[in-house]
Design a protein. Structure first.
Length: 189
């Protein structure tokens, strides 16, 4: 094998490694749900914690994506005393092409208790974007849940077109969440 053959072999090998590295990086970014997955102190949560005896409940979100794959919801927290539910949503900005919505359009989100039919609007309390993803930290207020509740996040893509993801199955108990000590001191300031 001549010098030109070695150069071609080395270039082809480097190309294959670059493609594999790009694929691995893309997969890692797609699996990253750490943005906004932590509990965020709000005024109502601070008031609930002022006596130091309020519960924060959570459950593991089992479904990775909405049924049609348009968005992912994660980082579920519920405070019965304040009636707040916090969760994060993430969507790939390519959803704008699939839904004929203009780039940057703000989608509406709401929570729905499938067991009772109750719905609560959710508003963004924080927003960010990274790579091809948009992230929102969402807050719904006035929510009352029990273990029989089946809670879904509804993303309204456009009039009459919704995407739905289950956050809490009816069989899934709410469990106590213990915030980190620095969170408690931050909330009680």
């Amino acid at each position: 094998m001549g010098k030109a053959g070695k150069i071609i072999k080395t270039a082809a090998t480097a190309f294959v490694f670059v493609v594999i590295a790009m694929f691995v990086i893309r997969c890692c970014m797609a699996a990253d749900k750490s943005k906004f997955s932590a509990l965020t102190p709000t005024d109502a949560l601070r008031a609930a914690w002022s006596d130091g005896e309020s519960d924060i409940l959570t459950c593991k979100v089992e479904a990775e994506l909405s049924a049609d794959g348009y968005f992912a919801a994660y980082g579920f927290y519920y405070n019965p005393e304040s009636g707040e539910v916090q969760f994060a949503v993430r969507w790939n900005r390519s959803v704008y092409r699939y839904t004929d919505m203009p780039e940057g359009h703000e989608f509406a989100f709401r929570l729905r208790n499938e067991a009772t039919g109750e719905e609560w609007p959710a508003r963004a309390i924080d927003a960010d974007a990274m790579s091809v993803y948009s992230y929102r930290k969402m807050l719904a207020e006035g929510v009352r849940l029990d273990d029989a509740s089946q809670l879904s996040v509804v993303m309204e893509l456009r009039d009459g077109f919704e995407s739905v993801q289950v956050l809490k199955h009816a069989e899934q108990p709410l469990v106590e969440y213990k915030p980190k000590k620095d969170f408690l001191s931050e909330v009680q300031k």
